[in-house]
Write a protein of this length. Structure first.
Length: 196
């Protein structure tokens, strides 16, 4: 059974990125996947402190806060879904805080290791980015996905998918776009069925 962890980065519980991610996760669950979701805005945590303890004596982030079980769940998942609206041309601060803390997944001396040996995570994980963009221009903010795809590839996320919708500004805009929700459901089914 595929294990999917979904991190909802929007501060709005029923925001467009959350609706898209929910459609994906519900379809994946219906197809036999095990899904665990976390609403990052409900958690209390700090960003990476740059202490480098995870590169010296510790095998995981030494901060003990609400993000600790999230990082552990991601360690054991097959698929990681990161859902975010575009805020000022970037992922939300809630999601960026998580992404920075994934630095702990990299081994000490990772800079000098071959790409496939840099991570403490098992290789072959799948990354899914769900992006809800209010701006209608599809050529804007296209750098978000490839930037994080590149970084998370170091950590073992060797397969990746992008689910992106533009012109979804107001709450309810994504829910009113059946083609967006069907794309999400189709991807969810595909992820549940894919071989490990």
């Amino acid at each position: 059974m595929k294990k999917i962890v979904c991190l909802l980065g929007s501060p709005r519980p029923k925001g467009n990125s959350a609706v898209m991610a929910q459609a994906l996760c519900e379809a994946a669950e219906a197809a036999g996947a095990e899904v665990q979701a976390f609403v990052l805005n409900k958690l209390t945590y700090r960003g990476c402190q740059g202490c480098l303890a995870c590169k010296k004596d510790a095998e995981a982030c030494v901060l003990d806060d609400d993000l600790t079980p999230v990082l552990e769940a991601v360690r054991g998942c097959d698929v990681l879904v990161l859902a975010t609206p575009v805020y000022f041309g970037e992922v939300t601060a809630q999601l960026k805080g998580f992404i920075d803390r994934t630095f702990a997944y990299l081994k000490g001396g990772y800079q000098h290791l071959p790409r496939g040996e840099r991570s403490r995570l098992a290789s072959g994980k799948t990354l899914v980015f769900v992006i809800a963009q209010g701006h209608p221009r599809e050529d804007l903010f296209t750098d978000i996905f490839p930037r994080y795809q590149y970084l998370l590839n170091w950590q073992g996320f060797t397969k990746s998918h992008l689910l992106r919708a533009c012109s979804v500004y107001h709450q309810g805009d994504a829910a009113a776009r059946p083609e967006v929700l069907e794309e999400a459901r189709s991807l969810g089914r595909e992820l549940a069925a894919a071989e490990k």
